[in-house]
Write a protein that binds this ligand. Structure first.
Ligand code: SF4
Length: 282
């Protein structure tokens, strides 16, 4: 049986994108190929906030005790090795048992599964088939992979996902691709991989999702979208306001909505900010 290094597992409302408002189980895996230290910083500067927390990491025994950050990656503990002891390696059967306990009446019903990270397609593609083949997962209809869009699917996993949806009108795989723009601090050529994202469309429904804070971000989104379209990407584009804290978020959500209208893109809220203050486990 496979194991997955589990950063978080919780039941909440999906706050963003296509499934906004849908009750969802979030399985957050450990590991990422990026660090995104540029978020919330002036262009060219990197955040040190995680360094300060790492200095006192011994004070934290649970994920939920970790401080929230306003710069850099807001799920830093799901990839930074200094926090890896907070993410246990759990057998897929154990994960399924925990999922069923958190669902209403221990049934999937209308809930969907979000596999997120970190970068969920980095290290665990071999383990997901064991998780999804479990008999108690048979009623699950919809899965979203929240990915940064740089990891190719292995041929074995592609085959498994194609089988999972084959012959079913109800089962659907979604790739919610949060491609990283220069405001993340990651180099363009490492972060914008149109051919990878196009390959997700062979298997399921894929869309691009960008966080916008400034006019410069808007220009970057336009360049990135042009690259994806040139490569043949057909899915929709969502834009969302920046802000892990409500004070920042409410400053620019209307401006981003107006931008979306001007450009013909979709606007996505980030319901986890006003509803749950972006706390761990939401
Ligand atoms: S890709 Fe996502 S999880 Fe990875 S460092 Fe960037 S924001 Fe964090």
């Amino acid at each position: 049986m496979s194991k997955i290094k589990l950063a978080e597992l919780f039941y909440s409302i999906q706050g963003e994108g296509r499934y906004m408002g849908v009750p969802s189980v979030f399985l957050r895996t450990f590991g990422c190929n990026f660090t995104c230290q540029g978020f919330g910083m002036p262009r060219g500067e990197l955040s040190n906030e995680i360094e300060d927390i790492a200095q006192v990491v011994h004070m934290f025994t649970k994920y939920e005790e970790l401080p929230l950050v306003s710069t850099g990656c807001d799920s830093y503990a799901s990839w930074d090795p200094r926090f890896k002891h907070l993410s246990p390696l759990v057998e897929t059967d154990g994960i399924v048992e925990r999922i069923m306990e958190m669902l209403p009446n221990n049934k999937w019903g209308d809930a969907h599964l979000v596999i997120t990270g970190g970068e969920p397609l980095l290290g665990w593609q071999k383990a997901y088939p064991d998780l999804l083949r479990h008999p108690k997962m048979s009623e699950l209809k919809e899965i979203t992979f929240e990915t940064n869009g740089t990891m190719r699917l292995t041929s074995a996993f592609k085959e498994f996902l194609a089988d999972w949806t084959f012959g079913s009108d109800e089962r659907e795989i979604t790739f919610s691709v949060s491609a990283k723009l220069p405001c993340s601090g990651e180099p363009w050529d490492d972060a914008i991989k149109p051919e990878v994202v196009c390959s997700y469309e062979d298997i399921g429904y894929a869309y691009l999702k960008f966080v916008i804070a400034t006019e410069q971000d808007l220009t970057d989104v336009e360049f990135a979208v042009a690259e994806y379209r040139l490569a043949g990407f057909k899915g929709p584009v969502y834009v969302m306001p920046v802000g892990g804290v409500e004070r920042v978020y409410t400053l620019n959500n209307r401006a981003v909505a107006e931008m979306a209208m001007r450009k013909g893109w979709r606007y996505s809220d980030r319901l986890q900010v006003p509803l749950f203050k972006n706390e761990w486990g939401t």
